[in-house]
Design a protein around this ligand. Sequence first.
Ligand code: 2RA
Length: 338
Amino acid sequence: MKNVAVVGASGAVGERMIRLLEERAFPVASIRFLASERSAGKTVTFRGETHTVRPIARDEFRGVDIVLSSTPAGVSREWSPIAAAAGAVVVDNSSAFRMDPDVPLVVPEVNPQDVARNKGIIANPNCSTIQMVVALKPLHDAFRIRRVVVSTYQSASGAGQQGIDEFEAQTRAWGRGEAMPAPAKFAHPIFNNCLPQIDVFLPNGYTKEEMKMVLETRKIMGDESIDVCPTCVRVPVAYSHSESILVETERPITAAEAIALWNTAPGLTVVDDPGAQQYPLAASAEGRDDVFVGRIRNDLTNPNALLFWCVSDNLRKGAATNAVQIAEELLKLEPARA
Ligand code: 2RA
């Protein structure tokens, strides 16, 4: 049994972390819920009991074994090392430590072994990367992936509760024939739009989100030779990210071979029956923990390439589920570091 703290407990991901600890019957001896001063005082329920969210403070980490944290990177940068120094292992959902060589970046279906080399912080990868690497891993093991061309269709909830609220307010205004509320979280209205910008632009012309897909994929897969060519797009969908993916492999690959691998891979569900118009959908993936793949087809121009469509709930497998799975991996380690 573990003493657990959820930091960022009142956010969209934090709220799902709490539900997942319940759903997966995580062995909780004690639990506390923390958040920034702004969100402290709100209440959350866990296993039928109501808890008040308290402000993050040094003393709150005393005696805590596992911290599940989903806070902005600046908050994580300040508090996750403090929690780790107090003896906890922090599963940190922010981007603050993902590319730190001393911090494992883990997707349990791909590199669970990396959990063991934690020094107190384990980073939870970016949502669009998590779902992609779950699908890529079995292909890489069997065919060795050289290059990935990916276009994402990312839901508003990837931008947190503010993103959801903005999308819903604009949709409501349109439904009532009212003036569209001005965008605040996104650069342009998300309603009735596709925004080819997620996060800020970097000097190389890519967005930060796109570079996360490039760099995090290599780190999680443990292979710096994998090339990723991403375009990340925000779409007017509330929950679940969708991705169109082309993989190029060292050896020739067929759709049938990929499906056979995916059918036995952990965390993956194949939904691929074009005759019955069955393929993964954002609306169907919402609230689920798997990564769904479909529209699996051979590249017409290259025998060493394959195309598919990949969908997952970004707040669950893309964030909270993956974090709780990492905590479950910690339980399997010897007690000293779990
Ligand atoms: C997004 N990937 O969808 C981000 C959230 N981590 O905006």
